[in-house]
Design a protein around this ligand. Structure first.
Ligand SMILES: [Zn+2]
Length: 101
């Protein structure tokens, strides 16, 4: 689980970080383990087409059964606004990773 978490984090690095748009109608998501509302941590939008985006949510409940105390890992969820977002933003991630190496 910790490995997949790091992959999630990794996919939000690079030139697409820090694009949470204020006032944007992000969906409310609940943790599948403790049903707390997840906190939006990061979002990546397609430029000029902001409705196409992916968002990273974390569970911030310390009592969450998915929370791993020693490793400080939380439940994380990646949300894609549509199939197009998945196709385009997954591709962006791959390109970004190749650029930095
Ligand atoms: Zn939780």
């Amino acid at each position: 689980m910790s490995e997949s978490f790091n992959i999630v984090r990794e996919s939000f690095k690079g030139p697409f970080v820090g694009r949470i748009i204020e006032g944007f109608p992000y969906p409310a998501k609940d943790c599948r383990y403790c049903y707390s509302q997840l906190i939006l941590e990061q979002a990546v939008h397609v430029q000029g087409q902001e409705e196409v985006y992916k968002a990273l949510f974390f569970c911030h409940n310390d009592d969450c059964p998915a929370y791993n105390e020693p490793a400080r890992k939380q439940y994380a969820k990646v949300y894609y606004s549509c199939d197009e977002a998945f196709d385009r933003l997954e591709m962006l991630r791959i390109m970004a990773n190749q650029k930095t190496r």
